[in-house]
Write a protein that binds this ligand. Sequence first.
Ligand SMILES: CC(C)(COP(=O)(O)OP(=O)(O)OC[C@H]1O[C@@H](n2cnc3c(N)ncnc32)[C@H](O)[C@@H]1OP(=O)(O)O)[C@@H](O)C(=O)NCCC(=O)NCCS
Length: 196
Amino acid sequence: MSRPLEAIGWPVRTERLVLRRATPDDVEATWQFRRLDEVSQWITRAPGTFEEYRTRAADPESLATSIVVELEGEVIGDLMLRLEDAWAQAEVADRARGVQAELGWVLHPDHAGHGYATEAVRELIRICFEDLGLRRLTAECFADNVASWRLMERVGMRREVHTLRDSLHRSGAWLDSMGYALLAEEWRGATETPGP
Ligand SMILES: CC(C)(COP(=O)(O)OP(=O)(O)OC[C@H]1O[C@@H](n2cnc3c(N)ncnc32)[C@H](O)[C@@H]1OP(=O)(O)O)[C@@H](O)C(=O)NCCC(=O)NCCS
């Protein structure tokens, strides 16, 4: 399952949103928010010029991990689901391949504050655990990116690390970072409805 998004029946609908795999045609829509300083200041790679961004975002490897979030037909955000191996001792390493994933997210600032990211990420988590059978999800951000780690907490992720000045921002500053995780059993425990 090196390309987990291929295993899902898209589009996936939530109460207000549609999630679907990103295509090269989404590049102009995602550029509209990824080019903004308030967004790019937090993400791994600043978009550069539109042409550079198009080349990177339309790359099959990038599309293989990208989901777009639509509200009434408009692309308002994107999500990342990157499959990973868990750490394992050598003799059992084959059983630790592709059992977990790192998640990522970006929402157009025009649509912030309505719970859309929460709704989309909750559904992504359900997909990971129920449809893909993963055992652990992780997400990371700069500690100063409060909106991002508050989102992690809203969707039930658990803070595992708060590291000190370990991450180099493109401004030149070494910043603290946060790491969150969620296990399938934690998620099931939290989503189970109590019996009679
Ligand atoms: C991280 C990011 C996606 C969070 O966006 P967000 O708008 O704060 O998150 P949501 O869409 O879930 O909205 C939550 C807010 O809406 C409010 N809200 C309104 N209706 C809601 C609902 N039905 N459900 C949940 N929250 C709701 C919440 O109270 C919260 O408001 P608050 O921030 O004042 O407490 C966004 O800030 C972003 O894209 N940042 C730039 C990119 C980035 O940092 N990516 C991550 C890199 S690690």
